[in-house]
Design a protein around this ligand. Structure first.
Ligand code: HCA
Ligand code: CU
Length: 395
């Protein structure tokens, strides 16, 4: 499957709830679910109803919203969890169980055959009770599990016909992009072309987005994300990053799939609720995502934005910022700013303003307001004649 077609399983309300500062009220969960839905994600994963009475209430309420996206409950592969999810009206069941030796030993203590038996029993029960259910089974810590063990779980489970999808989780963020792609290729080959595969990647080594991309290259159809990548430790693949990657690969597909201008308000909503700043370097929504600074970049961007932008800010309802208040400024950026202010200054004058700006900015931090004053002051002198001495005095 191509990246632009991969389904997004957003887990801001489940993995994101495991972020250290998250504490969602029911009203928060409703607001986030609605915003995710109208942005255009395909699944909204929520915490298990077994977690607490309020998680149970949230499952019921969110299922009752009748969103376009599927509301999927994240469930231990236990009858108790599944029963509660059925009672809440859930139709998408994201079951998981650890497959690595280290987690198996410290959590459920079961061997591979027992995992297969238990997952089959639980899924069969779900399908009996709710035949239309979408049932997914994920191996937690798949990248510290042997390939042999993984295939000995996925292959027999796929033959039961009970599962629509299998998940592969890089729970500790240990996998490299190449390893993710190779593993996905092997699992895809073993499962054949018709079953869906989901990748869940933690960001402990900063590879979560690259790993998600490579997972799709290797055969994944579904990618887990969270707004701002919220999650355990430093979280998982950021929704914003994945959307940026999809857009970079195919602008039209991204415009058709998502309400792109709704992305920043969605991220700001979650940031407000959790009580964090939107990271400055986040794709699309970070404060510096569309800021151009160096003279060479500014000149080219003003001539043709495609020179240094793979993402068009206008598609996301945002604006680019060509910085002029710094010593790296070039005269083309000053010209553009003078034009915005309504002044038609000749090249010589603009170059002199630029030289003055560089001189001042090399000694202290200046603001856009300072630059505008300098331009206006210069324009006023002798009908656009610049007097550098006066400019310096003004600074
Ligand atoms: C965890 C579980 C999980 C589950 C992922 C999945 C992980 O909190 O440890 O269901 O695919 O990272 O393995 O988030
Ligand atoms: Cu996780």
């Amino acid at each position: 499957m191509s990246l632009q077609k991969c389904f997004i399983v957003d887990s801001t309300l489940r993995e994101g709830e495991q972020f250290e500062l998250s504490h969602y009220t029911l009203a928060d969960k409703i607001a986030i679910a609605r915003a995710l839905d109208s942005f255009g994600v395909d699944f909204i994963e929520v915490s298990s109803p077994a977690v607490s009475p309020s998680a149970r209430e949230a499952c019921k309420v969110l299922t009752g919203l009748k969103l376009r996206a599927h509301v999927a409950a994240h469930l231990r592969c236990h009858m108790d969890d599944v029963r509660l999810a059925l009672e809440c009206g859930i139709t998408a069941f994201n079951l998981f169980m650890a497959s690595s030796p280290i987690l198996r030993a410290s959590s459920h203590g079961r061997g591979v055959e027992e995992i297969v038996r238990q997952a089959t029993e639980v899924a069969a029960y779900i399908k009996r009770e709710r035949p239309e259910a979408i049932v997914r089974f994920s191996c937690e810590d798949a990248f510290r599990s042997s390939l042999d063990d993984l295939l000995s779980i996925y292959v027999p489970l796929s033959k039961t016909g009970l599962f629509s999808r299998f998940g592969i989780a890089d729970t500790v963020g240990a996998a490299s992009p190449l390893r993710v792609m190779q593993t996905l290729q092997i699992v895809r080959k073993a499962l054949g072309p018709d079953i869906d595969i989901e990748f869940h990647g933690h960001n402990d080594t900063g590879c979560a987005t690259a790993n998600a991309w490579m997972a799709v290259e290797g055969g994944a159809t579904h990618i887990d994300t969270c707004v701002m990548g919220l999650g355990e430790r430093n979280g998982i693949t950021r929704l914003e990053d994945l959307v940026a990657a999809i857009y970079a690969v195919d602008h039209e597909a991204a415009r058709a799939r998502f309400d792109l201008p709704a992305l920043k308000p969605l991220v700001e909503l979650v940031a407000r609720i959790v009580g964090v700043e939107v990271p400055f370097g986040a794709c699309i929504v970070g404060s510096s995502a569309f800021t151009h600074k160096a003279g060479v970049h500014s000149k080219a961007i003003i001539a043709n934005p495609k020179t240094y932008e793979i993402l068009d800010p206008a598609d996301f309802g945002l604006e680019r910022n060509v910085m002029i208040a710094h010593q790296l400024v070039g005269w083309n950026a000053v010209k553009a700013r003078a034009g915005q202010l309504g002044y038609d200054l000749d090249a010589e004058a603009l170059k002199r303003i630029t030289a003055t700006l560089k001189d001042i900015a090399s000694r202290r931090r200046i603001t856009n307001g300072d630059v505008d004053e300098l331009i206006a002051g210069a324009a006023a002198v002798n009908g656009n004649e610049i007097d550098a001495t006066e400019l310096k005095a003004a600074a």
